[in-house]
Design a protein around this ligand. Structure first.
Ligand code: ADP
Length: 278
C-alpha cells in the first residue's frame, strides 16, 4: 500500500481564500506581531505572518524590540496593544531571549486577542471542551483531518510530544472531537507499542526521523509536525519513504502541516476581530 499524500498547501490556500472573503465583508481585522531580538528563524516566520495577513486584507502592526529589551519594556508594549481597539490579535513570537519571563508576558495578552491560543485562559477553555482561540498548528491539523474526511469520533489517536504549542492542545482537540487519545513523550516506555495502536498518529517531538515503519499500523493516518533542515533539504519527524509504504494518509514535509499554521493564524485573527466588534 502506498499512502495518499495530504496536500497542506492546497488546504491552506482554501482557508486563506475563505478568510479573505470574510474579511472583505466587514471592518478590517488587525494583527500585531511582536518580535524581540534578532533570531533569524523568528524573523522569517514573523515576516511571512505579516505578509499573509496583509494579503488577506487585514491590517498589520509590527512591534520590534531589541534583544536587550527589559521585561518592563515588553510588558508595556503588550499593554498598549491590549488596549488598542484596532488590534484584534496579538502574536508574541517565541522563543524570547533567555532573560525574559515568557509566561509572565503571555499572561499580558488578553484572552480575546490571543490568536496563538497560548494563554492559560484559552488553554483552559480547550481543556474543558469550551470554545475559544485554539493554537494554530493543532487547529490546522484538525482542519486537514476534516478535509480528508478522516473519522475522529471513536478513533484511536496517538500524539507524540507534549509541548504547550502542539502536543498538549492537539490531544485536547482530538478529545473534544471524541477520539480516544494517548499522549506520548520522552519518558514513554515503549513508543512503538503505543503508536502502532493509532488510527491517527500525530508526531510533534522535534526529533528527525523518530518514526519509522515499525511505529505505524498499516493504513493509519500519519501527520508529521517536525521540520528539520539538512543539506539534503527539509525533513520531518517521520521517515517519509518507508512510512509512505505503510500509512493510508500521510503529510509530506514540506507542504503538509507547515502551510496550515499561518492559514489558521489568519482564521483566528478574523474570528477574534468579529467577536470584538460592538
Ligand atoms: P514542538 O514545539 O514541535 O511540539 P518541542 O521541542 O517543544 O516541540 O517538544 C518536543 C516534545 O516531544 C516534548 O514534549 C517531548 O516530551 C517530546 N519528545 C521528545 N523526545 C521524545 C521521544 N523520544 N519520544 C516521544 N516524545 C518525545
Amino acid at each position: 500500500m502506498t499512502a495518499e499524500l495530504i496536500d497542506g498547501k492546497a488546504v491552506a490556500a482554501k482557508v486563506r481564500q475563505e478568510v479573505a472573503a470574510k474579511v472583505a465583508g466587514g471592518p478590517a481585522p488587525g494583527l500585531a506581531t511582536v518580535l524581540v531580538g534578532e533570531d533569524p528563524a523568528s524573523e522569517v516566520y514573523v515576516r511571512s505572518k505579516r505578509r499573509a495577513c496583509v494579503a488577506a486584507g487585514m491590517a498589520g502592526f509590527h512591534r520590534r524590540l531589541p534583544g536587550t529589551a527589559t521585561q518592563q519594556q515588553v510588558d508595556e508594549e503588550l499593554a498598549r496593544l491590549a488596549e488598542d481597539p484596532a488590534v484584534s490579535g496579538i502574536l508574541l513570537q517565541l522563543p524570547l531571549p533567555g532573560h525574559l519571563d515568557a509566561d509572565a508576558l503571555i499572561d499580558r495578552i488578553p484572552v480575546h486577542k490571543d490568536v496563538d491560543g497560548l494563554t492559560p485562559g484559552n488553554a483552559g477553555r480547550l481543556a474543558q471542551g469550551r470554545d475559544g482561540l485554539r493554537p494554530c498548528t493543532p487547529a490546522g491539523i484538525e482542519r486537514l483531518l476534516d478535509e480528508y474526511a478522516v473519522p475522529l469520533s471513536g478513533a484511536k489517536a496517538v500524539v507524540v510530544g507534549r509541548s504547550v504549542l502542539v502536543g498538549r492542545p492537539m490531544a485536547h482537540l482530538l478529545l473534544t472531537r471524541d477520539a480516544t487519545v494517548t499522549l506520548c513523550h520522552s519518558r514513554t516506555k515503549d513508543l512503538a507499542a503505543e503508536t502502532r495502536t493509532a488510527d491517527i498518529l500525530i508526531v510533534a517531538a522535534g526529533i528527525p526521523g523518530l518514526i519509522g515503519r515499525e511505529h505505524v499500523r498499516p493504513g493509519a493516518t500519519v501527520i508529521d509536525v517536525g521540520i528539520h533542515r539538512s543539506r539534503a533539504g527539509l525533513h520531518g519527524d517521520v521517515r517519509f519513504p518507508e512510512v509512505r509504504e505503510i500509512a493510508g494518509l500521510l503529510t509530506p514535509v514540506p507542504g503538509g502541516v507547515g502551510p496550515m499554521t499561518i492559514a489558521m493564524l489568519l482564521a483566528n485573527t478574523l474570528h477574534a476581530a468579529r467577536r470584538q466588534e460592538p
